[in-house]
Design a protein around this ligand. Structure first.
Ligand code: GLN
Length: 454
């Protein structure tokens, strides 16, 4: 813990940790020591972690990287952090992210950009987003693992951009209670770690039924670490042709082929598959996610949480809402709220929101079919490129940024587990990731295939 605290102070330029909590860390580390001396050492005893700012942590600033939650110190602890602390973990602080987890570059944060520890010619690169601080912190060895959340790729894309491992579990595996909501039918928390084994151990502690989350699944949590045998003989790996996009860089194609060859060499059967509705996933996601966000973010009204705008004489409650939300939310969040409100409005609900929901059902059915045909896991690239430069995409058309999520959003729409594992370097020496998608509730199997690829 003290080595990590020193490393964090020395790495301020990465802007990964946005609230440091050395007092919490020291006291948790002391109790971990006592537990070890008492002969009781749970899996994460004394393991120093970083916590994404989206998680409510009792008495510790939890702002979802937004100005609107300035000064919000929750009275309660999220279920995930409670479970991690019960398993002995130590919290070093809160991690940078995109505002309300909306973004793919960590450039929408009220705290400023997080920086990727990987560099090309001294050019600063994004660590990805929205869990950019988590990815940068793990990649730079500021902590041994971090929590992330993934609504459309926010664990897997930053993991790929920083050369680490991250898994989004099956929807319902990890409690959403105490995690600031973005799009409730898509949001899942998961671990971001150096390797697959650490992800298995950390996911174990984060998982399980929670009566406080109405979509939490009452399904037993198997021993994920025990699933890591490295034996994948006879497993069927699907390669979906729809993920071979026009204009895909040759190095991504090569990475995918190398990964396929590795799995085949390890005894897996590789099969070409089709997921015909893939091309509709991104538009459906960018209707459903903003729709749910506009509803979830309605609670930030200047009354109950965080920031309230200064009012002028004569202002009433409407002016208070308007001024507070106009200054409290950044431009990307405002864009999502407006798009979401529009697609849910009476005149457009059927044309956009209901149509997107039907597309979502078709995407899920594509996956169900492939799994019913005997496929155990699906291999795809995690991202269409390696990490890009800070500032490079920020001022472009927002759709350019949304295109980053083309390989990851399908998994959230279908509620499936997906993992990104480091798989090589591009021509400039930057890390690239491969994604594996698994059957629902079979994270153990999925982690094991990822383990064979590592
Ligand atoms: N980049 C996607 C978005 O901005 C996904 C974000 C996430 O998974 N939280 O919506």
């Amino acid at each position: 813990t003290s080595a990590c605290l020193t490393a964090i102070d020395a790495a301020d330029t990465l802007n990964a940790f946005v609230h440091k909590t050395p007092e919490v860390a020291e006291s948790q580390a002391k109790s971990a020591d006592q537990r070890i001396q008492a002969g009781e050492a749970p899996d994460l005893c004394g393991i120093p972690l970083g916590i994404k700012d989206l998680f409510c942590t009792k008495g510790v600033a939890s702002q979802a990287a937004s100005r609107i939650l300035e000064g919000f110190n929750p009275e309660y602890e999220s279920t995930v952090t409670t479970q991690l602390f019960d398993a002995g973990a130590v919290m070093l602080g809160k991690l940078n992210m995109d505002e309300f987890a909306m973004g793919s570059s960590n450039e929408t944060s009220v705290y400023g950009d997080a920086v990727n520890p990987w560099k090309v010619d001294d050019r600063q690169l994004t660590p990805g987003g929205s869990s950019g601080g988590s990815a940068a912190a793990v990649a730079a060895d500021l902590c041994l693992g971090a929590t992330g959340t993934d609504t459309g790729g926010s664990i897997r894309q930053p993991a790929a951009f920083t050369g680490i491992t991250g898994i989004k579990p099956t929807y319902g595996r990890v409690s959403r209670w105490g995690v600031v909501a973005f799009a409730s039918s898509l949001d899942q928390a998961g671990p971001m770690t150096k390797d697959v084994r650490d992800s298995a151990i950390m996911l174990q502690a984060m998982s399980g039924f929670d009566a406080k989350d109405s979509t939490s699944a009452n399904i037993p949590v198997p021993d994920f670490e025990a699933a890591l045998t490295g034996d994948i003989r006879g497993k069927v790996i699907g390669i979906p042709k729809e993920y071979r996009m026009d204009g895909m860089p040759a190095e991504i194609e090569k990475l995918w082929q190398d990964g396929t060859a590795m799995l085949r060499d390890a005894g897996a059967e590789v099969r070409d598959i089709t997921l015909p509705h893939t091309k509709y996933a991104l538009p459906a996601y960018y209707v459903i996610a903003p729709a749910e966000a506009s509803s979830n973010l309605a609670r930030y009204d200047g009354v109950r949480f965080g920031h309230r705008a200064k009012l002028d004489a004569g202002d009433g409650i409407t002016e208070m809402y308007e001024k507070t939300r106009a200054e409290g939310f950044g431009p990307e969040v405002q864009r999502r709220v407006m798009v979401g409100t529009y697609v849910l409005s009476a005149g457009f609900y059927d044309a956009y929101y209901n149509r997107a929901r039907r597309v979502r059902a078709l995407i899920k059915r594509d996956f169900d079919q492939v799994f019913a045909d005997g496929v155990d896991a699906i291999l795809t690239p995690a991202t269409p490129s390696a990490a890009f430069g800070l500032g490079e995409m920020k001022n472009a058309d927002p759709i350019q940024m949304y295109l980053n999520d083309v390989f990851t959003v399908t998994v959230n729409l279908a509620g499936l587990p997906g993992i990104s594992v480091p798989a090589g370097l591009d021509a400039k020496g930057l890390p690239l990731g491969l994604q594996l998608i698994g059957r629902p509730w079979e994270e153990g199997d999925l982690l094991n295939v990822a383990y064979a690829l590592e």
